[in-house]
Design a protein around this ligand. Sequence first.
Ligand code: ADP
Ligand code: MG
Length: 309
Amino acid sequence: MLEVLGLKKHYGSLVAVNGIEFALQPGDIFGFIGSNGAGKTTTIKMLATLLEPTEGTARLNGIDVVMDPMEIKRRIGYMPDFFGLYDDVKVWEYLDFFATLYEVPARERPKVIDNVLELTDLSIKKEAFVATLSRGMQQRLCLAKCLVHDPELLLLDEPASGLDPRARAELKELIAELGRMGKIVVVSSHILPELADFCNTVGIIERGDLKAFGPVREVVKTIQTAKVIEIRLLEAAPEVSMFLHGKPHVTNTHMMGSTTVKVEFAGTEQDQAEMLKHLVDSGYKVTEFREEAADLEDVFLKVTTGAVQ
Ligand SMILES: Nc1ncnc2c1ncn2[C@@H]1O[C@H](COP(=O)(O)OP(=O)(O)O)[C@@H](O)[C@H]1O
Ligand SMILES: [Mg+2]
């Protein structure tokens, strides 16, 4: 597992990362979300042993990033936000070079290269020169390079930036596969919806503070101030909006057509049950009563604009 323990980084008087803590298990895909300058890259670089923490540390399966950086390097794959490729070599030569650096035994290298090419869907480009690859393919090659030593933890800093939607979809599929292989994947982004659908855990960082951390649904729940309940009725009842308006815990209502009303609701589940009972007791024939899945984008905006403390 990965344990991040009070990780802190100061640049002079600037606190770039302010003592963050979280833990991840094998197979976790962690979406590390924050606007530009929030502290994502600084955190990832400390985990990658490229930057020394001012305070705190992290442990990967018990190995300390500050005490034992060489051992950590063998167990992680790090893809920086900006990377360069040697482009006057062939794809397989490029991977062979890194496999050699990571001390993959010579007789195992061809097999390892074929495996990572297959995983990243680059097998047909094995003999191509790196320079001829599209941006999406170069991104996948960079990821393939990070996989030659079969790392336990992958640190991907904004891997989807600059990719077209199709390349992005392919990258997501690949990251999901890495999770299924039991690796821990940390993937950062400043664009929230990009991560929401394939991460099982998210963390929202703002000015160095980890404002929220946990399973996607839980993070949404803790931050949500009001939920939206959609109520559908059997018969047209445009007045139901007025009927609900001003009832306990109802902060707003709007009709969607003549049989559906959306209710912004700030009460508990108990209060919610009472509202439903009240509706039914008053003669409304309720065919559907459901809490709308909260929009992670809204949650992100609330957290990062300080609407939630
Ligand atoms: N080498 C550095 N020296 C001084 N300040 C830095 C340095 N690197 C980053 N920062 C500052 O630290 C903060 C966090 O930056 P960064 O980790 O790159 O954020 P993100 O990756 O979330 O955009 C920003 O305010 C940035 O300006
Ligand atoms: Mg960054």
